[in-house]
Ligand binder design. Structure first.
Ligand code: FAD
Length: 471
């Protein structure tokens, strides 16, 4: 990456993750003089140590596992995996995408600078670690903070110790350990535990709450948990990991329940996946007059404006939802606002997905959330074991559920657990965003045989009219 010599810029974007690079490109498209500073690698957590590398390993490990267990389809495969080559393939994808981001920035006239930015005041940053020819101070008219988030550490389990891994370490692992203990059954812990289990690792997940993926409804997370158990993953719920020591055969991790019962687990590696925290502590934000919440996030309005008029914050650093596609759109909103062409996007509908086996996806309200705010919702469900396409894929676990208003059938929310849930949720997100009704979905012809028919049948089920499931 070569650095710009420009010491002044109209808009400065700090951080080239999915929030920052998208904002910079849109500003470039809108004809602004924009400079993007990145301390590490283009594409941020998403491309380098998050969404993309994890999904590459999820696909590869899943392919290996499916090939191994396809006897029912008449396939007897003797599968062996070469993790080194798998990692090379993953890294090549990451390289292509991060190179693409850099190229797109340049094509759109974005000036790129290597280094870490910290505020000197509300119109100036200093750049640390920049190349010899780079600017070490940049004056800006407007700044966008897009510095993202990092794995949260657990006391006693320091990242950097040989045996303790963050998600970043796990995605960069050179080999699959024989045994792994995962602390945290959230989406990152479960996605990575599934990958490791499919590649032959003996995984135990220790979770303080009483289920995996606790932000989702029990009937969704139970499907994922059952499948993980089939893959050999063990769970210890209501338990906190408290300490570890190195022993001859690896690591001994101590856990404790709320009642004070303790247990010990012998393992080779510990993956700490207890959440993510914002990267605000190295920015000298107080120099710019920008405050953070107790948890370190930056409060903004819907266009990303902070309390400081000329400073915006987008993506993970601006708080929930900590998702790449939300960061993308926040980048667009901020850029358009800065350019004086604000977008009125109406209701902010952010779908989410967990790429476990099977996947979970959700958008809008659950039934109980709808009830809490006074709806008397109707609910329709279509199980995948009644879907012809799911059977031909050999993936019949799970269901599509649609929540709609009983008054007119307007869609309020949907939850999916099953094959390609992350793709199926797009139709429902579009439907909710554009105020479509159950009838709109039911009267839309879906290709047969596809998983998307299950979305249509869930809508029909809510209307008491499904053909392939009991109403
Ligand atoms: P980031 O991607 O964190 O980028 C911030 C950038 O700012 C970084 O490149 C950083 O180096 C740079 N930076 C920080 N401080 C400075 C500074 N002072 N000066 C200059 N540069 C700085 N989300 C999804 O939507 N789908 C998924 O499937 C998904 N999977 C994930 C899997 C894992 C294992 C992880 C860890 C995350 C996953 N996420 C996923 C979350 C997703 O990666 C983040 O929501 C997204 O990357 C946030 O984008 P961002 O631009 O806000 O920040």
């Amino acid at each position: 990456m070569s650095a710009s010599r420009s010491l002044e810029t109209d808009v400065l974007v700090i951080g080239a993750g999915p929030g920052g690079y998208v904002a910079a490109i849109r500003l470039g498209q809108l004809g602004h003089d924009v400079t993007l500073v990145e301390k590490d690698a283009y594409g941020g957590a998403c491309l380098n140590r998050g969404c993309i590398p994890s999904k590459a390993l999820i696909t590869a490990s899943d392919l290996a596992e499916r090939a191994k267990s396809a006897q029912q389809m008449g396939i007897d495969a003797d599968v062996s995996t070469d993790f080194e080559r798998m990692v090379e393939w993953k890294d090549e994808i990451v390289g292509r995408l991060t190179g693409g981001v850099e190229q797109l920035c340049r094509t759109n006239g974005v000036d790129l600078i290597d280094g870490r930015a910290a505020f000197v005041d509300e119109s100036q940053v200093r750049i640390e670690g920049a190349g010899a020819d780079a600017a070490d101070r940049i004056r800006f008219g407007t700044a966008i903070i897009a510095t993202g988030s990092r794995p949260m550490a657990l006391p006693e389990f320091n990242f950097g110790e040989e045996f303790i891994m963050s998600s970043t370490d796990a995605l960069a692992a050179a080999e699959i350990p024989d045994r792994m203990l995962t602390i945290g059954g959230g989406y990152i812990g479960m996605e990575l535990s599934t990958v490791f289990a499919k590649l032959g690792c003996d995984v135990t997940v220790v979770e303080m709450l009483d289920s995996v993926l606790p932000t989702y409804e029990d009937d969704l997370s139970a499907v994922v948990r059952r499948r993980a158990e089939d893959l050999g993953v063990d769970f210890d719920f209501g338990t906190a990991a408290t300490d570890w020591t190195e022993i001859k055969s690896g690591v001994l991790v101590t856990t404790e329940t709320e009642d004070g019962d303790s247990a010990e687990y012998e393992t080779d590696r510990v993956l700490v996946a207890i959440g993510r925290e914002p990267v605000t502590d190295t920015l000298d934000l107080s120099n710019a007059g920008v405050d953070t919440t107790k948890r370190g996030f930056i409060d903004t309005d819907k266009n990303g404006r902070t309390e400081q008029e000329n400073i915006y914050a987008i993506g993970d650093v601006a708080g929930d939802p900590l998702l790449a596609h939300a960061a993308n759109k926040e980048g667009i909103l901020a850029a358009q606002d800065i350019a004086g062409e604000p977008l009125d996007v109406g209701d902010w509908i952010v779908p989410e997905a967990v790429f476990t086996d099977p996947e979970i996806a959700a958008v809008g309200m659950t039934q109980s959330e709808a009830e809490e705010i006074g709806f008397e919702p109707v609910v329709g469900t279509m199980p995948f074991d009644a879907s012809g396409r799911a059977m031909t894929l050999g993936e019949t676990d799970g269901f599509v559920r649609i929540v709609a208003s009983s008054d007119g059938g307007a869609l309020l929310g949907a939850q999916i657990v099953g094959p390609d849930a992350s793709e199926l949720v797009a139709e429902l997100t579009f439907a909710i965003k554009h105020r479509a009704s159950l009838t709109d979905i039911a009267e839309t012809i879906h290709v047969h045989p596809t998983l998307s028919e299950a979305v249509m049948e869930a809508a029909e089920n809510a209307m008491g009219q499904a053909i392939h499931t009991t109403n």
